[in-house]
Every structure is written in structure tokens, then in C-alpha cells.
Design a protein around this ligand. Structure first.
Ligand code: LM2
Ligand code: CA
Length: 472
């Protein structure tokens, strides 16, 4: 691959959807670093449209006006730089959602300038600069989703489609990404990757600088939705460049957990996924799917969603991405309590994210130290150790981890064989290992290749060799 996958071994990714930079920085220090997260996916940081007439929807961010990262709805450039540094000091990487396939749309461009004050019109972005000749010739929407020429060279929901085959666009996009890397950004989610030819992306990726601090080339995972057409516009057409998102995991495993069919999950991830596990980023839900099918989200599943995300971290397929979001009544609704809806004008009062308040769910906080499990077990395979009806399973990850999940309304006490070495283990699904190696939650004894645990209703138990408890 052109891009390094090494970062994927550093722990799960959490998507702090629509969080302000200052809040992300605080979360890295207080919660993410100590609990084993490897990276944060942040919302798109570039200058965006301001859609007052639409009530400032979250999707303003997906319509770039320029590549300035100052004065977006998330904060200033200085705040962004401070976030990257503080997260790095906590061992947490920042992955930027890179919107590079397109610029703005029609019908929702609003009246004013972009969030940082730049003037623009569809096909004209003088602050970049991009002009009419920098866009694809096809100036209408994709209609045949099986035709690579249309999927990659026409417009996605009327967004002006950049001609990523041109030298000017490639070097301009690479300059934008290198500006972020210069601030310490360690990776990218490539938005709408399916809508750019792999060769165009390769040309951009090969221009990217090494990441300061963490070292190596930036980590890249590409959003490639499945669908028809040739391989060139499906997930396997991009794995030679970096990782891809595997949305089959969402639709298949997400539905299995929602419906309480846990006993099928290990088979599904073994046989039914789009690409190999070491090339996939997997999630129960993301910001698009939780709107397209709310039944698979915190809003739709309640406590079962925490179980689903914990299981996603524990199972052996792909790099887990945890969703952390907010409650919404309408699909377009923007984030609660950002203080300023359009951009970040000087002197504006801004409000940090307060978990549990104003509709912020902060789903990741309910996972406790579960992310440490992923790093501890690495890529060891899963071996099923117990099951009960459809909704209860337990499995080992080699000799490094043991986890049990219970999608029923009553607690499940089980005794199971395990390959974990004898010892006393902290339950990282319900707490963490605290000061003096004492468990914050229950400690469980493994003796003679057997363990007895009690899995809460709609809950999980997870033990691993990096969370042994000293005071056994
Ligand atoms: C993505 N991945 O490939 C993002 O995950 C997804 O959230 C983005 O759509 C999409 N690609 C483009 O980056 C979102 C949102 C759309 C919204 C666009 C642009 O889901 O609804 O489209 O961002 O802001 C909106 C309107 C749409 C309109 C378009 C252009 O909903 O009706 O099309 O703006 O004006 C006429
Ligand atoms: Ca395109």
C-alpha cells in the first residue's frame, strides 16, 4: 500500500462527530488516551458553506469553499493545532475527514460567503484557487451507478466535481493534506473515495509528507460504499492504496446485534465481509447510516448499542471505529451547543461538548476501557467458548483475551474454558485498571483453564492480559 497500515494497530478509532477542537483536545487527555483509543476521526476542518436558510445543518462541512482551516464551526486554526498536539501527547492520533472529491452544491449554497469569509460560487473558488476548468466536464448528477465514468466523473448530489485527473487539482489537494500533516495530523478518512479513480488518489497520496511525531506515512482509510459495477468502483479496487470502510459490517453485524442474534456474528465476520480484515475499518453505525437507518444507532438501540460497539472492538475483523454522536429529531439537525452556528467569528461565545447534556450522547464513554482489549489481542483469531440461546456468546482471542456478550434482559453467569493464563483480571468492559493495578470493576479469576463470569443484562465482560490485577 502507498499508505501505512501500522497506525491501525494502535487501537480503535473514535468518531467525535461535530465536536469542537477544544473539546476533542480535552477528551484525548481525560478519556481517550487513558482508555486505549488509537485515534480520533474529526469532522471536516476546511472552510465550508454557511446555510442559514437550512438551519445550519451538520452537512455544511461536506461542502468545501476553500482549504483554510481557520474559523470553521469547530474552531480556529490555532485551536486545531493545539488539539493535534495535546492528543498526540496523550498517545492519540488525529484523522481528518478529507473532502476532496467536490466543492459546493446548488440549491443550498446560501447567500453569504464561506465560514472563513471567502467568496465563492459553484465552479468558482478564488481563495483556493479553483476555476471552471478545474471541474469535471459532466455537470449533472450521477445516474448510472454501475458506470465508473459517471460515478467518478459526474456530480454526487449536485456537488461540483473536481477534476482529480488534473495536475493543478492533485497538487492543490496534496498541499491541503500536507498543511494538516505539518500540524501533526496522522491520517485521513477519504470522503467519497469511490467517486475518484484509484489512480488519481494514488497520485495524491504519493505526494504526502511523513507524519511528525508518530513518524511514517499518514494512515488512510477510504470511504468506498458497496454497489454494482466493476471492481474499480468497489472496495477491493482501493485496498492497494490503503484501508477501506466495510459497510457490510454495519448492515449485517449491526442488524444481528440489534435483533439479538449474537451467535451468528463470528461466522458473519469470517465469511461475509467485503475485503480482508487487515484492510477494513468497521463500525456499527456512522453519521450517514444512523440517519438512513436509525434502528442501528444509540437513538434506536439504547443500551444494546453499547453492547454492539463493545463486540465490534472484541471481534477479530477489521479496525473498529466507535461512533460518538448526538440525539436528533431531523436528519439535517446540526450539533447541540456549539455556541456559534455559522463559523467562529472573533469574540463569539462557544460552548464545549458536555457529555450527557444538550443531546450529546458520547457513546464512547460507556465503553470504559474496552478499547484496550483490541491492542492487547492484536490479530489473534477468535475461538468460541460458550453460547446460550441466540443472544449470548463468549469467545477467546488466542491466549490474550476473553469476552462475553449478553443481548438479553437478564444477567448471564457462565463457566467457560479459556486459553487465558491463570491470574486475576480486570473487567475492562465495565471499568478500567486503576492506580496500583486495582480493578475499578469486578476482578475475575482464571484458574486451570476455566473462568466464571457474570455478564450483565444487555452487557459485556472483557478480560485481557494487559489488564491483570495485582492484588489478586
Ligand atoms: C459522504 N461520503 O462519501 C459523506 O459521508 C456524506 O455525509 C456526504 O453527504 C457526502 N459524502 C458528500 O460529501 C452529506 C449529506 C448530504 C449533503 C452533502 C453536502 O448526507 O445530504 O447534501 O453532505 O452537504 C446536501 C443536500 C442535497 C444537495 C447537496 C448539494 O442534502 O440535497 O443536493 O447538499 O447542495 C442537491
Ligand atoms: Ca469525482
Amino acid at each position: 500500500a502507498v499508505t501505512t497500515a501500522a497506525a491501525a494497530d494502535s487501537g480503535p478509532i473514535v468518531h467525535l462527530f461535530q465536536w469542537r477542537w477544544e473539546s476533542v483536545a480535552r477528551e484525548c487527555e481525560d478519556v481517550l488516551g487513558p482508555n486505549g483509543y488509537g485515534a480520533v476521526q474529526v469532522s471536516p476542518p476546511q472552510e465550508h458553506v454557511v446555510l442559514e436558510g437550512e438551519g445550519h445543518p451538520w452537512w455544511q462541512d461536506y461542502q468545501p469553499v476553500s482549504y483554510s482551516i481557520d474559523n470553521t464551526r469547530r474552531g480556529t486554526r490555532a485551536e486545531f493545532a493545539d488539539m493535534v498536539e495535546r492528543c498526540r501527547d496523550s498517545g492519540v492520533r488525529i484523522y481528518v475527514d478529507a473532502v476532496i472529491n467536490h466543492m459546493t452544491g446548488t440549491g443550498s449554497t446560501g447567500s453569504g460567503p464561506g465560514s472563513d469569509g471567502s467568496a465563492y460560487g459553484k465552479y468558482s473558488y478564488p481563495h483556493v484557487p479553483y476555476g471552471d476548468g478545474d471541474f469535471s466536464d459532466c455537470r449533472s448528477d450521477i445516474s448510472d451507478w454501475n458506470d465508473p465514468h459517471e460515478v467518478q466523473g459526474c456530480e454526487l448530489v449536485s456537488l461540483s466535481d473536481l477534476d482529480t485527473g488534473s495536475e493543478h487539482v492533485r497538487s492543490t489537494v496534496a498541499d491541503y493534506l500536507n498543511d494538516l500533516i505539518g500540524l501533526g495530523v496522522a491520517g485521513f478518512r477519504v470522503d467519497a473515495a469511490k467517486h475518484m479513480p484509484a489512480g488519481d488518489l494514488e497520485s495524491i497520496y504519493t505526494r504526502l509528507d511523513e507524519v511528525p511525531g508518530f513518524g511514517g506515512r499518514p494512515y488512510v482509510f477510504q470511504e468506498v460504499l458497496e454497489g454494482g459495477g466493476p471492481e474499480s468502483i468497489r472496495p477491493p479496487g482501493y485496498t492497494h492504496l490503503g484501508d477501506v470502510t466495510d459497510t457490510r459490517y454495519h448492515s449485517q453485524v449491526g442488524a444481528q446485534v440489534r435483533d439479538g442474534r449474537l451467535t451468528g456474528v463470528l461466522d458473519t465476520v469470517r465469511e461475509g465481509m467485503a475485503v480482508d480484515g487487515d484492510q477494513a475499518v468497521v463500525f456499527v453505525d456512522n453519521h450517514d447510516t444512523q440517519r438512513n437507518d436509525t434502528s442501528i444507532s444509540r437513538q434506536g438501540m439504547g443500551q444494546r448499542h453499547t453492547l454492539a460497539q463493545a463486540l465490534t472492538i472484541a471481534q477479530p475483523y477489521g479496525t473498529a471505529k466507535v461512533m460518538s454522536s448526538y440525539d436528533f429529531d431531523s436528519d439535517k439537525q446540526g450539533p447541540p451547543s456549539t455556541g456559534t452556528e455559522e463559523g467562529n467569528p472573533a469574540g463569539a461565545v462557544t460552548a464545549p461538548t458536555e457529555c450527557g447534556q444538550d443531546g450529546w450522547y458520547c457513546e464512547h464513554r460507556d465503553l470504559n476501557a474496552m478499547p484496550t482489549f483490541a491492542t492487547a489481542v492484536g490479530d489473534t483469531p477468535a475461538t468460541e467458548r460458550a453460547r446460550d440461546s441466540q443472544g449470548r456468546i463468549a469467545f477467546d482471542r488466542g491466549e490474550r483475551g476473553f469476552a462475553a456478550f449478553n443481548a438479553t434482559g437478564s444477567a448471564w453467569t457462565l463457566t467457560a474454558p479459556t486459553a487465558l493464563p491463570d491470574g486475576s483480571y480486570c473487567d475492562v468492559a465495565n471499568g478500567t485498571i486503576g492506580a496500583a493495578d486495582a480493578c475499578e470493576s469486578e476482578a475475575y479469576e482464571v484458574a486451570g483453564g476455566e473462568v466464571t463470569v457474570t455478564v450483565p443484562a444487555e452487557g459485556a465482560v472483557a478480560l485481557h492480559t494487559d489488564a491483570l490485577c495485582a492484588d489478586a
